[in-house]
Every structure is written in C-alpha cells, then in structure tokens.
Design a protein around this ligand. Structure first.
Ligand code: B12
Length: 135
C-alpha cells in the first residue's frame, strides 16, 4: 500500500512547475563553431547536458548523434581535457592557434570560462562558442 502512495507523490512532484529542477534530466544548449583565423562559415548545433552535467558530455552526445560535428581532445595531467580539434581543424602550437571556449549566456553576455570543457557546467540555453583563435 505504501509503495503506490510514494510513486504517486514522486509523479506529482515531477508535474509541479518549479519543483522538478533536480529531476529534470536535460539542460538544452547550443554549440556554435566559429573561426576567427581563416574565414569560414559558422555552424550551430543543438544538444544537451544532463542536470549539472559537464560540457564534454553534451559534446560527446552531439558527436554521436550528428555526423557534422566531431572533436578531439588531449588529456592534460593537471587540467583535464584540452580541446585539440573541432570538425577536423586542429590547433597548432607552431601557428599559435587554439580552440577558445566562450559562453554566450541567456542575458546576452559573452564570458570566457576559467575552466575547460571537462569542468564547465552549462546553464540551460547557453550558447557554447568554440572559437578557433590565436594567442
Ligand atoms: C599559457 C596558457 C594557455 C595557452 C597555452 C598554449 C601555450 N603553448 O602556451 C592557451 C592560450 C592555448 C590557453 C588556453 C586555455 N586556457 Co590556459 N593557461 C595558460 C597559462 C597562463 C600558463 C600555462 C603554462 O604555460 N604553464 C607552464 C607549462 C610549462 O606547463 P604545462 O603543463 O606544459 O602547460 C600546459 C597546460 O597548462 C596547457 N593548458 C593551458 N591552458 C589550459 C586549459 C585547460 C582546460 C587544459 C586542459 C590545458 C591547458 O597548455 C600549456 C602548454 O602546453 C595558465 C595559467 C598559469 N599561470 O598556469 C592558464 C590556464 C591553465 N588556462 C586555463 C583555461 C581555463 C584555459 C581555456 C579553457 C580558456 C578558454 N576559456 O578558452 C583555454 C583552453 C581551451 C581548450 N582548447 O581546451 C586555466 C585552467 C583552469 C582549469 N582548472 O581548468 C588556467 C589555470 C588559467 C586560469 N583561468 O586560471 N591557456
């Protein structure tokens, strides 16, 4: 008798507006791939991370579902995954190019996260900008 009551209570929580944040499993984000070094068309993709999930999870999900998006990374012993290439364009220490990580928030601010793709936790409807840049 107690189990059906608990199940109905859980179902009710999921249906109540505002309450399900901790239950909701999808945080939608967009990923914009852009190149500030050599002119090329921007590409925008949609994906999601799970509740409080890290960016690389959404990127992996996108890579599996969309043949037009691919990326590679190298594991840094101290800071985790370092983005090496996006859609075949590889960073080059010789030419001092890299994939910069930027985030356009829903309040239209563009921030430069102080962590990489393995640590950044996107907010719903963030546009993640992967920008081929020079340093
Ligand atoms: C120089 C530098 C860079 C250069 C490195 C290229 C080069 N050859 O010089 C460039 C401009 C490419 C860079 C990029 C980024 N960086 Co940086 N970078 C530094 C800095 C100032 C010095 C690193 C260094 O030379 N150490 C000395 C050498 C001898 O040690 P090393 O282990 O070989 O260093 C390598 C790693 O540090 C690696 N690296 C550099 N930055 C990052 C960031 C991440 C996430 C990873 C995995 C690796 C990595 O590149 C270095 C050279 O090969 C440090 C801050 C500091 N004072 O330490 C920040 C620092 C490491 N970077 C940081 C960040 C956040 C980034 C970016 C994510 C910024 C962004 N939003 O785009 C990007 C990485 C994006 C990606 N592609 O994954 C953070 C990392 C914090 C964290 N916990 O994740 C630091 C600590 C600065 C900070 N904000 O506090 N970075």
């Amino acid at each position: 008798m107690k189990i059906p009551i608990l199940l109905s209570a859980a179902l009710l929580l999921l249906l109540l507006p505002g309450v399900p944040a901790a239950f909701s499993s999808q945080t939608p984000i967009k990923i914009l791939v852009t190149n500030s070094v050599t002119p090329s068309p921007d590409r925008t993709y949609s994906t999601y991370v799970v509740y409080r999930g890290i960016l690389i999870g959404g990127m992996r999900r996108l890579q599996m579902s969309n043949k037009g998006f691919k990326f590679t990374y190298k594991e840094d012993a101290n800071y985790g995954p370092s983005l090496q290439s996006v859609n075949g364009l590889v960073r080059s220490p010789k030419r001092r190019t890299y994939w910069q990580l930027l985030v356009q928030t829903t309040s239209d601010k563009t921030i430069r996260p102080n962590v990489g793709i393995g640590c950044y936790i996107p907010n719903a409807n963030d546009t993640i900008i992967l920008k081929y840049s020079t340093y």
